[in-house]
Design a protein around this ligand. Structure first.
Ligand SMILES: C[S@@+](CC[C@H](N)C(=O)[O-])C[C@H]1O[C@@H](n2cnc3c(N)ncnc32)[C@H](O)[C@@H]1O
Length: 403
């Protein structure tokens, strides 16, 4: 069967792709190709055709590939750029550079990686001594101002839950989100290129003021997402922390009796663990290559591990703090997203679970906590563990370190 007949027929897509892969296109010219492309229906087949033309690295197809730079499908534009770049022609390359401003982000990334990527420099992986195993009592925003750019390997935190608990009060939800957005900008500044920021939150309920009012739900994870992206992070994964139903508040009482639609209230057994990475054009492999082989070997996660984004972990309780991380949750985040020797930061340290688990797993920590009582709780949680030096500082003492 002739190629144009097959590609425009109702045959299965896979068959068309196989046919394309095994065919020779040398005999076609730019106008034959343009017609074939136009008459092909399936996007995947079109992409295969353009990819195949690009791989031929033949200058006679320059016009065909150039005509696709304005295609609506960004993947076609990328294939066309790839094919044209492979021709190794300076004039064409100059033209391609302007696609850095293409409206589609995948095309922008592709062109940036092709022409504008800085050659990889090794990071200084040394942990700053003024941050190593330090806990500071005070407002995290004020404390972070002292912290140099690119100091933190991993941040894992759970911020205050708006006004759902009594440890911090905000005048409005807007003010709360604004505060968090400032925190995200600072975390971004002090995070090393390409490293992770993992944040645990869940929607909260502020109970009704009286029987005439209804309780209000605030979808915190969804509202903070765009502030985190605006700060310069890239979204990586959403992990669901699932608790046993018996451990959460029962909201089913009324519905179980009346069974009336609209009155359904599920028991909330999940929290979100959202994973972000400081934006970079470098791949994660680049971050991994910063470590000595021995560190990589020693940091590997051995044996069984959770292979899905559903993490079933029992909640934890504490005699002083009302909302702490289970150690297992912190352990997984720290093991999956940092290497031994790294500096792990928790701006809202609470009882200091992240610090304890970081030390247990041969990482260092840097913690900030506003509440004095919790600050003291951190002392009892992390002291006594085998560790050369821990420092517990007021904000003023911490600021003096940098003068
Ligand atoms: C959800 S709790 C964190 C609990 C922690 N993950 C643990 O395992 O114990 C949030 C903490 O943020 C603290 N916090 C609130 N505002 C703060 C601020 N501006 N600076 C530093 N800490 C703050 C609260 O006192 C509270 O302990």
């Amino acid at each position: 069967m002739h190629m144009s007949e097959l590609l425009t027929s109702d045959r299965p897509t896979a068959q068309k792709i196989d046919f394309l892969k095994s065919s020779k296109l040398e005999n076609l010219d730019n106008s034959n190709l343009a017609r074939l492309y136009e008459n092909t229906k399936e996007s995947v087949v079109k992409r295969e055709l353009v990819s195949k033309v690009g791989k031929m690295k033949d200058k006679k197809f320059t016009d065909f590939l150039t005509s696709l730079l304005t295609d609506n499908d960004p993947k076609i534009v990328i294939q066309a750029i790839r094919g044209l770049h492979a021709l190794k022609d300076d004039t064409i390359s100059q033209q391609l550079k302007k696609y850095r401003d293409h409206p589609n982000e995948l095309v922008q990334n592709y062109v940036n990686n092709l022409f504008f990527k800085q050659q990889s420099d090794k990071h200084n992986m040394q942990v700053n001594d003024r941050l190593k195993n330090v806990v500071v009592n005070g407002d995290t925003l004020q404390i972070m101002q002292q912290v140099p750019d690119n100091s933190i390997h991993l941040t894992f935190t759970s911020p205050p839950y708006y006004n759902a608990r009594d440890y911090s009060i905000y005048q409005s939800y807007e003010e709360y989100l604004k505060f968090l957005s400032e925190v995200f900008k600072e975390i971004h500044r002090i995070t090393i290129e390409g490293r992770f920021f993992v944040i645990n939150t869940s929607p909260i309920i502020i109970p009704r003021a009286s029987r005439q009012n209804s309780s209000k739900r605030y979808p915190i994870p969804f509202d903070i997402h765009h502030f985190i992206m605006d700060a310069g992070f890239e979204f990586i994964d959403d992990i669901l922390w699932v608790k046993p139903e018996a451990s959460v508040k029962n909201r089913n009482g009324g519905f179980m009796q009346h069974r009336k639609p609209l009155g359904y209230k599920p028991n909330i057994v999940t929290e979100y663990v959202m994973v972000y990475r400081k934006k970079t054009d470098k791949l994660i492999d680049w971050n991994m290559r910063q470590y000595a082989d021995e560190v990589v070997e020693n940091s590997k996660i051995k044996g069984d591990y959770e292979t899905t984004n559903v993490w079933r972990i029992d909640p934890a309780s504490d005699k002083i703090h009302s909302a702490i991380f289970p150690e297992e949750l912190s352990r997984r985040v720290i093991l999956f997203y940092s290497y031994k020797g790294d500096l792990v930061f928790d701006p809202f340290a609470g009882s200091g679970t992240v610090g304890k688990v970081a030390l247990d797993n041969e990482r260092s920590f840097f913690l900030t906590e506003l509440n004095e009582e919790y600050f003291s709780r951190i002392k009892s949680k992390v002291s006594g563990l085998f560790n050369p030096q821990l420092q517990f500082l007021s904000t003023e003492e911490f600021e003096q370190l940098w003068q």
